[in-house]
Write a protein that binds this ligand. Sequence first.
Ligand SMILES: O=C(O)CCC(=O)C(=O)O
Length: 287
Amino acid sequence: MNHALADETVQAYRRDGYLFPLEVYDADEVGLIHSELELALRDGRQKGLDADLAQLLRTNAHLLLPFVNRVARAPQLLDRVASILGPNLLLWSAEFFIKPASSDKIVSWHQDLTYWGLGETDEELTAWLALSDVNTESGCMRFIPGSHRQRILPHRDSFDETNLLSRGQQVDADIDEDEAVDVVLRPGQVSFHHGRIFHASGPNRSDGDRVGLVFRFLTPEVKQVVAARDYAMIVRGVDRGGNWIHLAPPLRNFDAADIELRREVQREQAKALAEGAAETLHRGYLG
Ligand SMILES: O=C(O)CCC(=O)C(=O)O
């Protein structure tokens, strides 16, 4: 079965800079993802990684966990991504955005592409998969429709510890919160968003964890323009461009060699993430 998006849906994405809700994973699949996450956390703890687990999951989790790769490569997800980005797809990062129950963790208004070193490209898309109920109470994302049509604007860094972003960055723009759309999702539903859209999310006031598994997809034409090199996995089609160092998916959870490789990738990517920053990035972004 082909899950390609209808032309009108693709046009809506190009106009608004986002799409949701997309029904991508059914209840069985979400249950499986939860048990694989539990298993991975247990493996991590057994390997003595307790203190590092949150940061290992926060970015580049696809380098450490086989199940994250399986979820990212599901045809029902990639068919939809390919409708927007075309047939050749790279996975640049997989990231868990977890807000524990009753927590103050927030994400300030920002444009993703600001510190990634990937330029102002339209050839990047985030797929945000809800693994819990995600609503206004639990701190869902909010989008400003059409804001992706602007260029990347200057951002101010707060380095606030409650902020899940690397520098606690905030876009320097007048945001009219009345225009914001709440990205309410049920477990298994996915939203897509453009790398220049203004977006944010509030604290989790609910009594359950709010969990998002987030995939950053690119086409091979995108280039790293700040760091000397960058890494990605081919998840569909081919890459003959030479812009990327290709990585293979991991074979087991939290393998020591994969953790070392991730450290190298983080160190390189941090050169773009930290460019011009007055303070060091939040723990976890420097490898
Ligand atoms: O999960 C969140 O609340 C924000 C995620 C985000 O900023 C992103 O996926 O680009």
